[in-house]
Design a protein around this ligand. Structure first.
Ligand code: SF4
Ligand code: SF4
Length: 334
């Protein structure tokens, strides 16, 4: 645990899957030097195998007792990340004729491979977008797995970083992270990951993915800041939940779960069941998702009836600047 923890809440009801966050991150941090295949932030369609392929079944994290690391496997470059992925630019730009842009080799996978596919049968098909980044966990498996203490959690803000001078590229951290959000850089021979834009954070500027989010889906604040959106949504309203809490790493990126329209019954009339099965959402966000969805529905109903709802106003985020509180002094411990 760090003295203070910076957190992020992503409202899945506002994410439109535009990937602006993905590009804001990629163009700033991972566009060259062995990082081409890395997506420190990406947005995947759920249900689906995600990126890297099958990360939810790749192991890692902690055993249920919270004492022992659970074994995890390394994602494979071609099969799970989709590397290499050249697109024949030379043939198109400099070759004879009009060669179309197409992958140099048949691709097996890639980020966003299953965009908008989802699940369910017509007329009850469904999907939603799930932005993913390192969770800067309070009990990070990546830190525990490194025999050289090269992965560190900063005391002042809880950001998890790889000390490039200490890392020897053993990749224990890659296998240990159950979210598969550490990547091995084959050129550098070291592991690399999302740095929660710490150079920006140190200047009081939000992460690029959050600041550029056109859906106004991302809130950033200290978890102990009672006026901040993260504390209010996670601790007060309890409508923002960690992804796969059973992995045991205690993530600090939280999600407001997606609401959905009713599914249609066999007679074609809307039924009482939500289009996105509650059981599926519980498999992602834990059992707390039922209460969270209930709270969201009640507060939306109040707003629709013309009553006040501090929760819905907070989620709407009328003013972009109100979504970020990085420079507040720490509250005294109670
Ligand atoms: S998400 Fe993975 S890489 Fe990030 S802190 Fe947690 S265990 Fe480590
Ligand atoms: S920029 Fe915002 S709305 Fe667009 S995909 Fe990312 S989180 Fe979703």
């Amino acid at each position: 645990m760090s003295a203070r923890q910076l957190g992020m809440v992503i409202d899945l009801n506002k994410c439109i899957g535009c990937q602006t966050c993905t590009l804001a991150c990629k163009s700033q941090w991972t566009d060259r030097d062995g990082r081409e295949f890395m997506y420190w932030n990406h947005v995947e369609t759920k249900p689906g195998k995600g990126y890297p392929r099958g990360w939810e079944e790749a192991g890692g994290g902690w055993e249920r007792d919270g004492e022992k690391l659970r074994p995890g496997r390394l994602p494979r470059l071609a099969e799970d990340y989709g590397v290499p992925a050249g697109f024949g630019h030379d043939a198109t730009l400099f070759g004879a004729g009009n060669a179309p842009l197409r992958p140099d080799e048949p691709m097996q996978w890639g980020p966003n491979w299953e965009e908008d596919q989802g699940a369910g049968e017509f007329p009850n098909g469904f999907f939603f977008y799930l932005p993913r980044l390192c969770n800067h966990c309070s009990k990070p498996a990546c830190v525990a797995a490194c025999p050289r203490q090269a992965v560190v959690k900063r005391e002042e803000d809880g950001i998890v970083l790889v000390d490039q001078a200490r890392c020897r590229g053993y990749r224990y951290c890659v296998a240990a992270c159950p979210y598969k959000k550490i990547y091995f850089n084959p050129l550098a021979g070291r592991s690399e990951k999302c740095i929660f834009c710490y150079p920006r954070v140190e200047k009081g500027i939000p992460q690029a993915c959050a600041y550029q989010c056109v859906g106004r889906a991302r809130h950033v604040a200290w978890l102990d800041d009672r006026e901040g959106a993260v504390h209010r949504l996670v601790r007060q309203w309890k409508v923002a939940l960690p992804l796969h809490p059973e992995f045991g790493t205690q993530p600090n990126v939280y999600y407001v779960p997606p609401l959905s329209p009713p599914s249609f019954g066999p007679d074609g009339a809307p039924s009482d069941a939500a289009r996105i099965p509650d059981s599926y959402l519980a498999s992602l966000f834990g059992p707390g998702v039922h209460a969270a969805l209930g709270t969201l529905q009640r507060e939306i109903a109040k707003k629709q009836a013309g009553e006040a709802s501090a929760l819905i106003d907070l989620l709407i985020a009328f003013r972009h600047g109100d979504m970020f509180r990085l420079d507040r002094p720490r509250e005294p411990r109670r």
